[in-house]
Write a protein that binds this ligand. Structure first.
Ligand SMILES: Nc1nc2c(ncn2[C@@H]2O[C@H](COP(=O)(O)OP(=O)(O)OP(=O)(O)O)[C@@H](O)[C@H]2O)c(=O)[nH]1
Ligand SMILES: [Mg+2]
Length: 298
């Protein structure tokens, strides 16, 4: 019998570096929300890929950022704590940005704790001249002695095989902790809520989408036809935000719900009837009880 192996890898890095894009690309399924806005990911998200004898368990985390409220304080703590729990870290850096002091502090902490680290230089599709990343790679190599540095484009599925080969070398003999055909441990209601929140992040601007939480209240397949009824609540922080989310004659909410419904139908492979309600919870991002009730503190 072939000996099975497994490895837990935390995806760590600054907000917007492309961690969730990379998670989705590695697993081959859209599990984590992606947007061009900072602080998209709020909690840990597990993605699983089983290749032959090896099971890779990827933990996506909130990006490193400067916290502005209690919610983002929780997010930063999750991000900082998650690296220590893994067998290895995939530290993602956006090659079009300057190395941030939070990158340096985190990479040093990982090196000091002797956690295996693979540095991923992401978004190389945006570089005209690929040799432009050489000084950064050299600096990272000399300062942190990572296990490897791998340039990739998560968005274009470029460099993913090299990540799997390199991470596979670090996998240890072990049982598989998840069934081999499973690609996430996220409950379906959370996946659905995140798909809706992603559309809010993509379609709204400024502070409004950052102050939004989405809960799926019910999700049930009809007995008499192939139809999945989903009822969701979009919580926002102010009456004025509620007005923006609903839009003139309900146009914005319709757009959000329709875009989310398309993705839900593709993901669950069934026709979806989605109902979204908008409610206000004043300043919820600074209220521990509400943060907990939305499942956003650990
Ligand atoms: N051009 C290009 N854009 C990318 C690539 N990877 C991610 N992006 C874009 O970068 C933005 C941020 O991507 P995310 O995957 O949400 O980044 P993240 O690191 O998970 O961000 P947080 O959840 O806020 O920590 C999105 O607009 C992505 O489409 C890439 O390889 N190339
Ligand atoms: Mg993310």
């Amino acid at each position: 019998m072939t000996e099975t192996k497994s490895i837990f890898l935390t995806l760590s890095g600054r907000t917007n570096a492309g961690k969730s894009t990379l998670l989705n690309a590695l697993v081959g399924e859209k599990i984590a929300s992606v947007s061009s806005k900072p602080q998209t990911t709020r909690t840990r998200i597990t993605g699983i890929l089983t290749r032959d004898a090896t099971q890779f368990v990827f933990i996506d985390t909130p990006g490193l950022h400067k916290p502005k409220n209690k919610l983002s304080g929780h997010m930063l703590k999750t991000a900082q704590d998650s690296a220590s729990d893994a067998d290895a870290v995939l530290y993602v850096i956006d090659c079009t940005k300057k190395l941030h002091e939070q990158d340096e502090a985190m990479l040093k902490a990982i090196a000091d704790k002797k956690i295996s680290c693979i540095i991923i230089i992401n978004k190389i599709d945006l570089l005209q001249d690929k040799s432009a990343m050489m000084p950064l790679m050299l600096k990272l190599e000399n300062a942190y002695h990572p296990h490897a540095i791998i340039p990739v484009s998560a968005e274009q599925n470029d460099g993913l095989e090299e990540i799997l080969t390199t991470a596979g070398e670090l996998a240890q003999p072990s049982v598989h902790f998840f069934p081999d055909d499973k690609f996430t441990d996220q409950p379906e209601q959370i996946l659905a809520a995140e798909m809706i929140r992603e559309k809010l992040l993509r379609l709204l601007n400024d502070e409004v989408p950052h102050g939004v939480a989405v809960t799926v209240e019910s999700m049930k397949e009809r007995n008499d036809k192939d139809l999945l009824d989903i009822s969701a609540v979009i919580y926002c922080e102010r009456d004025s935000h509620k007005g923006i989310i609903i839009g003139k004659n309900g146009a914005m909410l319709k757009k959000i719900a329709s875009s989310a419904r398309h993705e839900l139908e593709a993901f669950f492979q069934i026709q979806v009837n989605l109902k979204c309600f908008v409610k206000v919870k004043e300043d919820w991002r600074n209220k521990e009880g509400l943060i907990r009730s939305f499942g956003l503190s650990e």
